[in-house]
Ligand binder design. Structure first.
Ligand code: GLU
Ligand code: MG
Length: 456
């Protein structure tokens, strides 16, 4: 009879807390979190050996269909998704659930070169080797809505932008949500009713690139769960779609970044605009130059580009500014608040795979530190009001952003040829999915993202 192995201390502690199941997730090229669940007693095995996941899952489109032209649309081959024991966390402890992110490995035991979180880890290691520490944190915006008979999301809670009235009208929802986030151990900074009807926002605490990406995935699951559980009787769901409806403001997933080298904050303490140091100016210049290519990862759906309209604080211009909410890159000099100055990448939406985005951003930051280049002056005020041509519009379609991604030698090198090429296939699949659809059809198709396929 096989002797069962003793549980690792972390798993034994969870068992004592009443945890019974672990959801192991990873995020595919299309930005969907995919999952396999194991009993807690099998978790140590899921760390050491992994659970099966076919490489075809990266050929899934944003609606779940497999794109036949994708290079990974093959029936053969298999990988093992190994849970990251160091990132094991609670999901809904009162119901016996824990959660862990995973990375995929070849059957030989080698890391799978196409794995998104592995790539983010490699870039994080490269930065560490160069003495650089990047801290990142996401803001999540979402709509709480019920479905109208035509499927259109109907905002579920009354109250105006940033309105305390919306907070108190939905106070039981807010309490349930914050309670669940804390029970899951997700550190958060701020929560508020956002500008759009029925829209809320949560800012997550910053961490390493891997921690920031994991927190986004973890928090999104908790928000989905609480909205559904709390709003069950009213038919509520949450939508993280970049543009759940053409008539309303979109949902962003703004990314905040700070950079330190040898313990010194790099975005402050200099004579440049906003107090930028030379190294900091290099970082901003590199991010600015790579923005069109980064957009293919930051805004990966065709509907993402309907959100990126001037005047909606989604910042669709290739400019940087100091505290300017219409600049794609916003420098926030916060030395006066006692925290390092940071950058906000405003274009990002929540369909982005956070591991891919942060892998790319880390590569660009490192390139900016190593090779400084001239930084154009910051833009004050609304770039849309500048004389024509003074502020470049960022790509207005995924096809355009994907061309920039294809042409980026820096990102090709950061991802490696195979992953870069398979990402281009996924972008092409999304462009084909959107082709011939009106804006309204596009918005309707993804209105309930990340619920792939809508409400069914
Ligand atoms: N909802 C806006 C967006 O689509 C952002 C609003 C804000 O500045 O927080 O990104
Ligand atoms: Mg916001």
């Amino acid at each position: 009879m096989p002797v069962s192995k003793p549980l690792s201390p972390a798993v034994a502690a969870l068992a004592d807390q009443g945890i019974r199941w672990v959801a192991i997730t990873w995020v595919n090229h299309a930005g969907a979190s995919l999952v396999k669940v194991v009993p807690l007693a099998a978790f140590d095995g899921a760390v050491a050996v992994g659970v099966g996941f076919s490489p075809v899952s990266d050929a899934f489109r944003a609606d779940g269909a497999i794109d036949p032209a994708h290079r990974l649309a093959r029936p053969d081959g298999d990988l093992r998704l190994r849970a990251d024991a160091g990132a094991l966390a609670l999901l809904e402890p009162a119901s016996g659930w824990a959660w862990a992110p995973g990375e995929r490995f070849e059957r030989t035991g080698e890391p799978y070169a196409g794995d998104q979180r592995h790539r983010c880890r490699l870039q994080q290691q490269q930065l560490q080797q160069a003495g650089v520490e990047l801290r990142a944190g996401f803001e999540l915006e979402w709509l709480v809505a019920s479905a109208h008979s035509d499927g259109e999301p109907q905002p579920a809670l009354p109250g105006g932008p940033y309105g305390a009235d919306r907070l108190v009208d939905g106070l039981d929802y807010a309490s349930a949500l914050l309670d669940a986030l804390e029970a899951a151990g997700i550190p958060w900074l701020q929560f508020h009713p956002e500008y759009g009807a029925g829209q809320f926002e949560l800012s997550l605490a910053s961490g390493t690139a891997l921690e920031a990406a994991d927190r986004l995935v973890h928090a999104r699951l908790v928000i989905q769960r609480v909205t559904r559980r709390f709003g069950w009787h009213f038919g509520w769901r949450c939508s993280f779609s970049p543009k759940p409806s053409l008539e309303r403001v979109g949902n962003g997933g703004h990314l905040h970044l700070s950079v330190q080298r040898a313990g010194q904050p790099q975005l402050q303490g200099g004579a440049g605009p906003g107090g930028l140091s030379d190294a900091g100016a290099g970082v901003v210049a590199a991010l600015l130059a790579e923005l069109p290519a980064l957009l293919a990862l930051a805004c990966p759906l065709e509907i993402s580009y309907r959100r990126l309209a001037p005047g909606s604080w989604s910042a669709p211009f290739q400019v940087w500014g100091i505290e300017n909410r219409e600049a794609a890159l916003r420098l926030i000099p916060t030395a006066a608040d006692g925290v390092p100055a940071h950058l906000e990448l405003k274009v990002v939406d929540l369909a982005a795979n956070p591991n891919l985005l942060l892998a790319a951003v880390q590569a660009v930051v490192l390139a900016g530190l190593e090779q400084t280049r001239p930084l154009p002056p910051p833009v004050g005020g609304d770039p849309a009001q500048l004389p024509a041509g003074a502020a470049l519009r960022l790509p207005a379609s995924l096809a355009e952003a994907s061309s920039a991604f294809a042409a980026s030698a820096l990102l090709r090198q950061a991802f490696g040829d195979a992953l870069h090429a398979s990402l281009l296939d996924s972008q092409a699949a999304e462009v084909r999915r959107g082709a011939g659809r009106s804006d309204a059809e596009l918005a309707a198709a993804d209105a309930w993202w990340p619920l792939v396929g809508g409400l069914g």
